[in-house]
Ligand binder design. Structure first.
Ligand code: 2AM
Ligand code: CA
Length: 262
């Protein structure tokens, strides 16, 4: 399988869907919102976008299966499975905050081999394939070289439904407020990861995530020279719901603080 050409195809559908989402944002109405569970919102835009993606990718690799946020297809592939968030940052989309993206990863067995994140508002396409490097709109990207936490800009996601570990979360946040340049909360885990990959953020951490929030971004960070772990420093970040992604220099200090607090 030619991973570079598969990645290019995934970029094509991501852009097409991103443009669709952007157009729909202009027409969007509050009555279009459905509530899945506490603070978990969905719209016809998420669902239509996912159908467009599943339809395209099912033809690209006919034997592949899907792990997709809106459940358009639950087909399981023996070897290849796509991990899809058609619209990461739905809450931003609904509120017309221009920070959302399409995120598509490809698993070969349990290994990520392709990752694409397209942010339509900035027309930024982040992509990577295994052992092929990471790119932003044709240009090779790499993680930041900053090695001091005090010079670092970090990203996180606030808990929005699982508040059982809020105390520990707030303890870490407080410590980072004192010890870093600042902490941002964009509202799209995929964008946070893409920004770690291209060196805008030194690190990103969050818990209660789904595989489709992180699949593409985790590969892009790794191919850009960064590191990705779960909250214990292990490799269970795709299905384990917790992630720390960094430029490697920040990993030890962050991990130490997170492990100590959770
Ligand atoms: P989503 O928009 O695809 O649901 C991290 O914050 C992730 O949680 C986001 O990537 C976002 O993905 C998801 N999320 C769902 N509901 C959210 C909310 N109310 N606030 C923030 N993030 C939310
Ligand atoms: Ca989504």
């Amino acid at each position: 399988m030619n991973l570079k050409s598969i990645t290019q195809e995934v970029c094509t559908i991501s852009k097409e869907v991103g443009i669709f989402i952007l157009e729909e944002c202009k027409k969007f109405n509050v009555s279009d919102i459905e509530i899945k569970s506490q603070n978990s919102l969905v719209t016809y835009v998420d669902k239509t976008a996912e159908k467009m993606i599943v339809n395209f990718l099912g033809k690209l690799i006919p034997e592949s299966g899907f792990i997709a946020e809106e459940g358009t297809s639950v087909k399981k592939g023996d070897v290849y499975n796509w991990v899809i968030d058609p619209l990461d940052g739905t809450t931003n989309f609904i509120h017309a905050i221009p920070c959302y993206c399409v995120s598509i990863g490809l698993l070969k067995n349990d290994e990520l081999i392709v990752g694409v994140i397209y942010e339509p508002n900035r027309d930024e396409m982040f992509y990577a394939w295994k052992n092929g490097g990471a790119y932003l709109n044709e240009n090779s990207i790499s993680v930041s070289k900053t090695n001091k936490l005090s010079d670092s800009l970090l990203a996180t996601g606030f808990p929005y439904y699982d508040y059982r570990r809020l105390e520990a979360y707030m303890d870490i946040l407080k410590w980072l407020m004192h010890n870093s340049r600042g902490v941002r909360r964009i509202g799209s885990a995929a964008i946070d990861l893409a920004y770690v990959a291209c060196g805008r953020f030194e690190a990103f951490y969050e818990y209660s995530l789904n595989p489709w929030d992180v699949a593409a971004g985790a590969l892009i960070v790794k191919e850009a020279g960064g590191s990705v772990t779960d909250f214990q420093g292990g490799k269970n970040y795709l299905f384990g719901s917790e992630i720390i992604a960094s430029n490697k220099y920040m990993e030890a200090e962050l991990l130490d603080k997170i492990k100590g607090s959770f």
